[in-house]
Each structure stands twice: as C-alpha cells, then as structure tokens.
Design a protein around this ligand. Structure first.
Ligand code: SF4
Ligand code: SF4
Length: 316
C-alpha cells in the first residue's frame, strides 16, 4: 500500500460521518487519486448514488440514448426540490428497489463518454458561492473522502485543474455556467415572500430539463406573437439543443428576474393584458352563473358553519 498524504484524513474530519473535507481548495491543489478497473472498490461509488443532473447532463444522456427529453426524464430521473421555494431539480433514478445506478455494468459505466458532471468530478466537489452583493460566483473545490473509495491510495498525484481536464469536466462546467448562476441567483435572492407561483417553477423545470418541450413552447404561435426572435436565431434554436439550452438560461433570467433579454412585439403587453382581463371576466361570469349552487356547496361541506349534516344523531 502506498503512503498517501490523504490516508486517514476522513478519520480526523471535524464533523462526524461527513465524507467532504471541510477545506476549500483551489484548482492548483495537488491531490492523490486514481480510479481504474483494477482497484479493489470497483463500482462501489456507482452502487449507491445520489446524483443531481444539470441541463447539459440531460442533453448529453438523452441524445446518447436517442430519447426525447420527456422520455428520458420519465425513465431515468426523479424530481426533487432544491430549496424552500420549491425550485425543481432532478436526480438520477436508481434501479428499481435498489440504490445502484441504472448505467452501472461489471465493466464500468455504460454511458462513460456522456456521464454526468457529478460523476466526472468525483472525488472532487465543486463549490459555487455567491454573496448577495456580488454579481458573479466564486468557484472553489473540496475533496470527498469516503472510506470505501480506495482511489485515494493509488500512487498518482495531480492538480485539481489537471484532474478536471482529464475528466472532461471543464467542458461540462462551461456549458452549465449559466444555469449554476441562475440557481445561485435564485438562492441568494432569499426565500420568496409567500409561495412563488407554481407556473414559475414549471417554467424553470421545462427550460432547464425538458428541452424538447421547451422547443415546442418557443416555436408556438403564442410565444412568437409575444416575442420578437429573429428568424435565423429561431432556426438555430429549433435545430440545436445546446443553443436552446443557453437561450433557456437567458429566458429564465428574463422571466424570473426581469433581466431584459427578449424584445416584446409591439402591442404584445396590451394583448396579454386583454387576454388576462377576458379570462378574469369569464371566471367571474361563470361564478355569477353558478353562484347559488356554489354557495350551497360551500355551506354543505361537512364540519363547516351552517352544515346541517353534523353527523351526530342527537343534533336535531
Ligand atoms: S452514470 Fe456511470 S459513472 Fe455515473 S453513477 Fe452511473 S454508472 Fe457510475
Ligand atoms: S476508486 Fe473510488 S471512484 Fe473509483 S470505483 Fe472505487 S469508489 Fe469509485
């Protein structure tokens, strides 16, 4: 066994059971690590997964599997909430009744060339930080030191930057930068007052993860009646997943934070207000038409004041 400067560090971590060493590291930090098929823990990390996917991860995987984004999301992911405002995230869905990755094989990863960002980074963790008064995020790294991972004892030293390049993660980071900034911006804005409208989280989900549905949205009549997207830009968006993904990042900033990105067509605002007004009027008219029945139903709910059917035999 090789002497490693990191050997047993997990034993001395200042908080119990956390495999992440709490030191923030720069890209020039030299680590000792190598993962290869001959290592005694081969596949241990892929047997118990908790992997969050980025928009670019999903594009790479769904194209590799020749699936639509909707079919990929349904078959291979589970949704979760990233924060208290319910910002939607997606994680890999493990095998039925187990914890292993669906792409794990005895030979290793079945989608190796298109494996997600988190798999590429391991055992390094990316820390993107941003203070409320800062306009850009700061990047640093941490080392994840899990007992089962014997790669830390392999005799190879390299900097985190060199490791990221070897794993192709620098490309993934570049493609995911806009989305990470968006997520950080949402988090650094603090919790929303009241619950954010469900529609903004649905928009976030579609533009971030369901690129094929987002394409249908962007090419719809109502979108194009509202926004003035030059024809050549629209042609690129319809043909190119990655261009559409980048457009989605900017569209979300426009829609969620009012950062102007798209020109609205002349009269689009007035048309939208008119549509909202006529929808509100239709709802009011429907209520008025059914007022009597709705009032009756309201007071007929069990347990409410005015409910005669109180459920006890003695109430008269
Ligand atoms: S995608 Fe590949 S590397 Fe990532 S957890 Fe699954 S099998 Fe492992
Ligand atoms: S060395 Fe670490 S990363 Fe490689 S297979 Fe073992 S547990 Fe996974």
């Amino acid at each position: 066994m090789t002497d490693s400067p990191y050997k047993n560090l997990a034993d001395h971590a200042p908080f119990d059971a956390s495999p992440v060493l709490p030191t923030m590291l720069g890209g020039d930090k030299v680590i000792q690590f190598r993962c290869h098929k001959g290592v005694g823990c081969w596949n241990a990390c892929c047997s118990n997964i908790d992997i969050t996917l980025t928009p670019y991860d999903i594009i790479r995987l769904k194209n590799r599997l020749n699936l639509s984004s909707g079919d990929f999301l349904k078959a291979y992911t589970v949704p979760y909430e990233m924060d208290q405002d319910g910002t939607p995230g997606v994680k890999f869905r493990p095998v039925d009744g187990g914890t292993a990755c669906r792409f794990m094989t005895p030979e290793g990863c079945a989608v190796y060339e298109d494996r997600p960002t988190a798999c590429r980074y391991y055992p390094v963790a990316l820390l993107s930080l941003r203070n409320q008064d800062e306009s850009t995020d700061r990047t640093s790294y941490a080392l994840v030191q899990e007992r089962h991972c014997l790669g830390h004892q392999e005799p190879r030293s390299l900097s985190i930057d060199a490791y990221r390049q070897e794993q192709g993660v620098d490309v993934y980071d570049e493609k995911g930068r806009g989305w990470r900034q968006l997520v950080l911006k949402k988090k650094s804005a603090g919790p929303a007052i009241g619950k954010p409208p469900a529609v903004s989280n649905q928009l976030f989900f579609m533009a971030s993860y369901d690129v094929d549905r987002f394409r249908a949205f962007v090419s719809s009549d109502s979108f194009n009646k509202t926004y003035d997207v030059p024809l050549e830009v629209m042609a690129t968006l319809l043909a190119d997943d990655e261009a559409l993904m980048e457009f989605g990042y900017n569209f979300l900033k426009h829609a969620l934070f009012g950062e102007r990105f798209l020109e609205e067509r002349e009269g689009a605002y007035e048309a939208r207000m008119a549509r909202l007004k006529s929808r509100a009027e239709a709802i009011r008219a429907e209520y008025e038409a059914n007022r009597e029945r709705l009032e009756d139903e309201k007071y007929a709910e069990p347990g409410r004041p005015g409910d005669l059917g109180c459920g006890t035999k003695d109430c008269g």
